[in-house]
Write a protein that binds this ligand. Structure first.
Ligand SMILES: [Zn+2]
Length: 388
């Protein structure tokens, strides 16, 4: 060992002694290598683009990749517009492979189209599906809209809808005839929220977007890639209210309708600030959230996510959003294991890797189905009839 060190030191001294000549020779060699690389079109000659740089992790650590959920679960957040019988058959087969017991289709529509969706889903598999109604805004500008919308919803629920879904245009793109944006807490909609309380159905509501979409699209924006891929997702101040304005309107609406249960989609867009979400829960007992499409937020803070889910275990529901049977396994892995530093399934949402935050079985069951059974009328019976 000592010998080797001495030799190494001597070699260094030799290099120093030979002075500039060696240095120049080395620089020339480097230049030659670069020229050769460029000549071959080798990407190493320039900096890689953000897409090109895909380092492979060398980390070796325990891996668990559940293909099926540990317990049967409800997906509270899925979209299937005007599904066909064939789609439903295929869906049930796929659901069985991952232990997805009940799927909630939030895109039921209203009136006749809702009836069709109910027939094709619940008509064929009464225990496997739940369908939420949506509002029609067609007559928004005729006086008495709110009461009419509430009456239509009542009929939709009579027809079999088990909840109401509000899409993200509400509060952002939905406008009155005079051009004024419909505010989230617009009193015109009060009869709708009150009707939901009366019918004991939850409102799954998507308000705003990730806060980064409201920020300047610059190299400090952590959703830069997504905004480049989908520039229309940006929410510039010239066209949209600030994120905080939407949050304030939303919270006033939650407070004004304490008997109505709201499921704020996508961790209420506070997945990057769980303390804030906790405060929202503390001050609004009628508010719940789903984890659809925001798993990467929890997965980048496994300690905080774990503690948060234990503290607020009665308020969080499993959901996926865009349906793809092959993508649920990331949710299982994050919720059920302590695996570390694994790739997420949608890079535009997260350029970072995620970590499992394994919650205890009792909490897992609440997130997977128990909380949904409490919130959605009729679901508990579907669940039990199905043999669970
Ligand atoms: Zn959705």
């Amino acid at each position: 060992m000592k010998m080797k060190l001495q030799r190494w030191a001597l070699a260094c001294l030799a290099v120093l002694a030979s002075g500039g000549v060696t240095l120049v020779a080395l620089m020339e060699m480097g230049q030659m290598a670069r020229t050769k690389a460029q000549g071959q079109g080798d990407a190493s000659a320039r900096l890689p683009t953000i897409e090109e740089y895909q380092p492979k992790s060398t980390l070796v650590t325990a891996e668990h990749k559940p293909e099926r959920a540990k317990y049967p679960f409800v997906d509270i957040h899925s979209h299937h517009w005007n599904p066909t019988a064939e789609h439903v058959e295929e869906l049930v087969k796929e659901m069985d492979t991952i232990n997805l017991r009940v799927l909630v289709n939030l895109s039921g529509g209203t009136g006749e189209s809702l009836k069709k969706t109910l027939a094709v889903m619940k008509g064929r598999y009464p225990n496997r599906f739940v369908v939420f109604a949506n509002l029609s805004y067609d007559d928004l500008n005729k006086p008495g809209y709110g009461k009419r919308a509430a009456a239509r919803l009542e009929q939709d629920v009579r027809n079999g809808a088990q909840g109401l879904k509000i899409f993200k245009n509400y509060g952002m793109d939905l406008k009155h005839a005079n051009g004024e944006r419909v505010h989230v807490d617009d009193p015109e909609f009060d009869p709708v929220w009150e009707k939901c309380a009366e019918l004991k159905i939850p409102v799954l509501i998507h308000i705003a977007e990730p806060s980064a979409f409201f920020d300047p699209w610059d190299y400090h924006n952590e959703r830069w890639e997504e905004l480049r891929e989908f520039p229309q997702r940006a929410r510039p101040p010239a066209k949209y209210p600030p994120f905080e304005t939407l949050m304030a309107e939303r919270n006033r609406m939650f407070a004004k309708h304490p008997r109505t249960n709201f499921i704020a989609a996508h961790l209420a867009f506070h997945g990057n600030d769980l303390e804030r979400l906790g405060k929202l829960f503390d001050s609004h007992p009628n508010v719940y959230v789903d984890i659809a499409a925001v798993l990467a937020e929890l997965g980048r803070q496994p300690y905080s996510a774990h503690d948060f889910l234990i503290k607020y275990q009665d308020r969080v529901l499993m959901g996926k959003d865009i349906y793809d049977v092959n993508e649920y396994k990331w949710y299982f892995r994050a919720l059920e294991t302590r695996d570390e530093y694994f790739e997420y399934y949608r890079k535009r949402h997260a350029f970072w890797r995620i970590y499992g935050f394994q919650v205890p079985d009792e909490v897992l069951k609440k997130i997977y189905y128990e909380n949904a059974l409490k919130l959605v009328p009729g679901l508990e019976q579907q669940w039990r009839t199905g043999g669970y």
